[in-house]
Every structure is written in C-alpha cells, then in structure tokens.
Write a protein that binds this ligand. Structure first.
Ligand code: SF4
Ligand code: SF4
Length: 396
C-alpha cells in the first residue's frame, strides 16, 4: 500500500445513546486513548463515564455528514441551539424500549399481586428496614415467561435471576412457567441448573389461562391450576420509537423488525452497519442476555480500534470510480449505493457523481445500475476466461 493511499485520521469517536453499552463502549475507547464524545440523547445516561470523556447530555444528533474518518455530526439541544462535533467513527448504542403488553395477558397491573420483573426487583432490593417486601415473603410466586409470545432473551434472563434471588432471600416457593424458554448461553444453562438445585420449579405450559382471584392469580394449563399469591411477568422489548428518525439522520436503514439493520452486501458481521465507520452496540441491534450485551459493547470498541488504531485509512483494493465526462447526473447510483458512498458534487467546474474512495465497499451495485456505464470497478482483474469470452463475442 503506497503512502499516497493512506489518509491520516484522528482517533476520535462519537458514541450515541444512553444504554449501559454506550457507557461501556465510551470507557473502553477512552482507555485505549481515543477522544470520545458521548451523546446520551434525551435520557439520563448511566453515570459510569471515566473522567476525560466529553459528555453532551441534553443534546441529540440531527444529521451526520461526511464519511468514515471525517464525520461531522450536527447536534441540537433542548433549547434549539446547534453545534457540530467531528469524529472518525460513530457507535450507535441507543438501546431499546420496554413495556408490558397487558392486554395480551388476561390480567392487569391493578390486580392484587401482579407485578413486573423490575417492580419485584425493586421490592427485593429495598432496604430491609423499610419493610416493603415483608408481606410477600414465604408466599407462592409464579414467574411467567412467554405469555402472549416469546420473552426476549434480555428480559427472560432478568426474570430468571430474579426467581433465583426470590427463592434465596424471601424463602418463597418459586415456579418459573415457560412455553419456549430460550437458554442459549453457558451462563444461563448453569444458572437454570443451579436454580433447580435450590428448589425453583420449572413448568412448561401450552395455552394457559390466567385469572385474578381474591386468593391470588390462578394459572391454568394442561397439568391443572397453579395458584400464586404473586404473579411476576417480564417486560417485552421493542425498538425505540425514534429509531427511524435516528436512522435517517445517520443515513442507515431500519430492518423489518424495526431495529437497526446490519446486513451488508459484502460482509455480515454483528454490529457492522452498511456505512463504513458506523457500528452498532447492544440492544439497538440485538436481543441477548446482559453478559452478551456487555461483550458486544467491547466488540464494538474493538471494531473501532481495528479501523482507526493505525492512525490512517486506506481504500478497498476494489472500489468504484465515476467517469465524470460520461455521467448524466441521473442520481441512480446515489439511490442505489447501499453504503452511502456516492454523492453528486462539483469538482473542477464539473458536476457529476463522485464515489468517496474510503466509503466504498466495492460491491458493484452502482456499476450494474448506471444507465450510461459511467462507473468502473478499479482493481477488479478480469479473469482470463472472461476476457477470452468477451474477445470471442466481439470477434463473432
Ligand atoms: S448512475 Fe451513472 S449517470 Fe447516473 S449519476 Fe451515477 S454515474 Fe452518473
Ligand atoms: S461499488 Fe458502488 S454501490 Fe458499492 S459501495 Fe462502492 S459506490 Fe456504493
């Protein structure tokens, strides 16, 4: 690689979001010597940022211009003031949204003994002297997963840890009711084994009915009816409502499920957005248990370091280039490029499409779609058989 193809870059990162993984990514990159600008958005961010991280509480991203190695983030605060931050890479760690779809469950939060996992966790963790937990000790507790659809891995894991702790600290009879429990990590497998050993009972059900009674909640399924003085349900997780707006500001796509989409034509790696230099971390693109979410945050930090750690960027060996003399400025390539690498610009008095070399993945989509064949893929060597074939076609 010649020095001319090296573009020096600053080791600087913009981290978006107030989810815990935003704090973990920020700290990991700060520890590696990066200049980190952390924009939590409208929510309160965890207060775990190391000194030296440049926090922008109360600001949000309005638009992102530039390209990998030279992004310009247009920010706006609650009072409508604007400022611009620069960064070589961006990590999106905005998290998800949680709620319980009570209408699907057949019980309501107003029914006695019905509560969510976070509500039960607050009771359990309250200081002993305040006593809110005492009425609930030594009761039968139903922890019901998968009601109305599969529980997310993230909140199912929280519910299992809660069930374990209720058994141990409230000395309660705890039954975990599930339909399709997904246990897909070694930690969770070990956790459920430990819970069984400690006396937590697991019951698999199909087509249950729930009824709130004066004695508690009756959970009826094919094996019979279980009566719990307490019914605890995990929250459902959803994409954040502002995901489409943020994706538009970032020039990224949202998947059919409403989460940030990480499909990339040439590379498929978790956390890799379709725009070079923009990465996802945590809940905004995946459902996982807390340990995996934390690991994903460090994976995002490692991806940024792999990109910027050398202090310079180089273009892909194969990349597109526009012949400005042929370009009809139809914008087809701008719309077609899945990676946001093409724009129409005026250079040396000529207005034409321009492929940003550092942003191009060399996927060839623009080449295939240009109506006047104004785009070539540089660095793509034509195989000998293909050359002979075209020569043969030309000669016939
Ligand atoms: S598709 Fe071809 S003609 Fe149209 S703007 Fe792009 S390079 Fe120019
Ligand atoms: S080859 Fe064309 S479509 Fe593909 S990333 Fe580069 S500019 Fe975009």
């Amino acid at each position: 690689m010649s020095d001319e193809q090296r573009t020096p870059v600053e080791r600087s990162v913009l981290v978006l979001g107030a989810a815990p993984e935003a704090g973990w990514v920020s700290e990991a990159l700060h520890d590696r010597g990066y200049r980190v600008a952390w924009v939590p958005g409208d929510e309160a961010a965890p207060d775990n940022a190391a000194a030296g991280i440049d926090r922008h509480d109360g600001w949000r991203l309005a638009r992102l211009d530039g390209r990998v190695g030279a992004f310009r983030a247009g920010m706006v605060d609650e009072d409508g003031r604007h400022e611009t931050l620069t960064a070589s890479a961006v990590v999106v760690a905005v998290g998800n949204r949680r709620a319980v779809s009570w209408e699907r469950l057949g019980v309501s939060p107003a029914d006695p003994g019905v509560m969510t996992v976070p509500q039960a966790r607050r009771l359990l963790d309250a200081p002993r002297e305040t006593g809110p937990a005492y009425p609930h000790r030594q009761q039968t507790i139903l922890v019901a997963l998968d009601l109305g659809g599969d529980t997310a891995k993230e909140t199912a894991t929280e519910a299992l840890f809660l069930a374990r702790d209720l058994r141990a600290r409230w000395n309660s009879e705890v039954l975990v009711l599930y339909r399709n429990l997904q246990v897909d990590t070694s930690d969770l497998e070990a956790l459920t084994r430990h819970m069984r050993e400690e006396g937590v009972v697991f019951c698999r059900y199909e087509e249950p009915t729930l009824e709130a009674t004066e004695q508690g909640v009756a959970f009826t399924y094919v094996e019979g009816t279980l009566l719990g003085q307490i019914l605890i349900v995990p929250e459902d997780v959803f994409p954040r409502e502002d995901t489409p707006a943020l994706a538009k500001a970032l020039g990224l796509r949202v998947g059919e499920d409403g989460y940030f989409q990480e499909v990339n034509i040439r590379q498929y790696r978790p956390g890799l957005s379709e725009r070079k230099g923009i990465y996802y971390a945590g809940r905004c693109h995946m459902d996982a248990d807390p340990a995996t979410l934390r690991a994903d945050a460090f994976r995002a930090a490692a991806d940024v370091d792999a990109l910027l750690g050398r202090g310079y960027l180089t273009p892909e060996a194969i990349r597109a280039e526009v012949d400005s003399a042929k370009c009809a400025r139809c914008l087809t390539c701008v719309r077609t490029c899945p990676h946001g690498a093409v724009d129409v610009v005026t250079r040396d008095g000529v207005t034409a499409a321009w492929v940003e070399p550092l942003a191009c993945w060399g996927c060839g989509a623009c080449v295939a779609n240009c109506p006047v064949q104004a785009i070539d893929l540089l660095g793509l060597e034509t195989p000998a058989w293909a050359s002979r074939l075209s020569e043969g076609i030309a000669a016939s």
